[in-house]
Design a protein around this ligand. Structure first.
Ligand code: NAD
Ligand code: UDP
Length: 319
């Protein structure tokens, strides 16, 4: 074995065939690392990582994180979990099992390997927030028995488990709270707002605004997030987080629809549908901590990121 091969960092990415996971695998391979993607293909797809299969540093393993798993790696990124509301509500018991048992199984692996492990947590831990913008010290406002709880409470429990493994077993953890992220490799049928609106606009179908469209979200382009994730994993201090990673630009859903109609030149009309239960009214990250501790901040505005995402869907859907 060459010294190069001995030195090369080996990284496990759970949920590696999903939207964020596939972008992360591509980025890590670009850094010269060996990457092992683990996925059960619940929402992810082989087509997201097909182009990586010829790379000798890339491996794909079909596995469900609710079952224990063993491998030798230097770092673990734990992303496995459906993230779109229709998908995570489709099988809520499996969703919470994925968050909780997935966290335990991956932390047991990190404990044995004494390696850093990053948890992809979410702005959903803030629920329908009463503090705006959201700071990491805010404990959130989550309905524990509502239809979003399988995801929100699953992610909150996963954070608890991460911090317990840190305090009890000294596992080097990193917890990031990701705010709404969009970009290439999103599944056109994913159900999240950016992909729904772009696909509807490109196909000339009605644009479905849930409620009156006055609720807000802050949209982050995927490349910005991936850089923040890696900065967090590779930080040399003992910074565990939780740290918000998001773009503080805040838009109403109505504004997002208008932007996408303008950028696509679509003739689609906007229709209003029922607002799903417990839909958060507003969302905007305070990213002071990420700036201070990681020297990170997002660089891609919604005006720059949307055209890139529209081009991706145009070529994917051959439109
Ligand atoms: P995604 O649905 O595209 O990807 C999730 C991946 O996990 C899929 O490939 C899926 O097949 C896999 N998976 C699901 N359950 C699994 C299981 N039990 N075992 C193995 N693999 C499993 O979603 P995404 O947007 O890429 O999200 C990735 C992670 O980031 C998730 O943990 C999500 O909660 C978190 N996150 C994403 C966002 C966002 O805006 N995209 C925001 C906050 C948090
Ligand atoms: N939304 C919408 N139309 C859609 C999909 C979503 O108006 O076709 C709304 C949804 O009700 C929410 C916002 O857009 O207020 C963001 O939804 P998404 O599912 O993308 O993410 P999350 O609610 O988890 O932030």
């Amino acid at each position: 074995m060459s010294t190069d091969a001995l030195k090369k960092k080996r990284v496990l990415v759970t949920g590696g065939a999903g939207f964020l996971g596939s972008n992360l695998c591509e980025h890590l391979l670009g850094l010269g690392y060996e990457v092992i993607a683990l996925d059960n293909f619940f929402t992810g797809s082989k087509s997201n990582i097909d182009h990586l299969s010829s790379n000798k540093n890339f491996e794909l393993i079909r596995h469900d994180v609710t079952a224990p798993f063993s491998i030798e790696v230097d770092e673990i990124y734990n992303l496995a979990c459906p993230a779109s509301p229709p998908h995570y509500q489709h099988d809520p018991v499996q969703t919470i099992r994925t968050s909780v048992l997935g966290a335990i199984n991956m932390l047991d692996l990190a404990k044995r390997l004494k390696c850093p492990i990053l948890q992809a947590s979410t702005s959903e831990v803030y629920g329908d927030p009463e503090v705006h913008p959201q700071v990491e010290s805010y404990w959130g406002n989550v309905n524990p028995i509502g239809i979003r709880a399988c995801y929100d409470e699953g992610k909150r429990a996963a954070e608890t488990i991460f911090f317990d493994y840190y305090r009890q077993y000294n596992v080097p953890i990193r917890v990031i709270r990701i705010f709404n992220t969009y970009g290439p490799k999103m599944d056109p049928d994913d159900g999240r707002v950016v992909s729904n609106f772009i696909v509807q606009a490109l196909k000339g179908e009605d644009i479905t605004i849930y409620g009156d469209g006055s609720q807000t979200r802050s949209f982050q382009y995927v490349d910005d997030l991936i850089k923040g994730m890696v900065a967090m994993m590779e930080n040399k201090s003992d910074f565990t987080g939780p740290v918000n990673l998001g773009n503080p630009g805040e838009f109403t859903i109505g504004e997002l629809a208008r932007k996408i109609i303008d950028l696509t030149g679509s003739k689609s009309k906007v229709v209003n549908k029922d607002l799903p239960k417990d839909d958060p009214k507003k969302r905007k990250p305070d990213i002071t901590l990420a700036k201070d501790r990681l020297g990170w901040e997002p660089l891609v505005s919604l005006e720059e990121g949307l055209p890139k995402t529209i081009s991706y869907f145009k070529s994917l859907l051959r439109l």
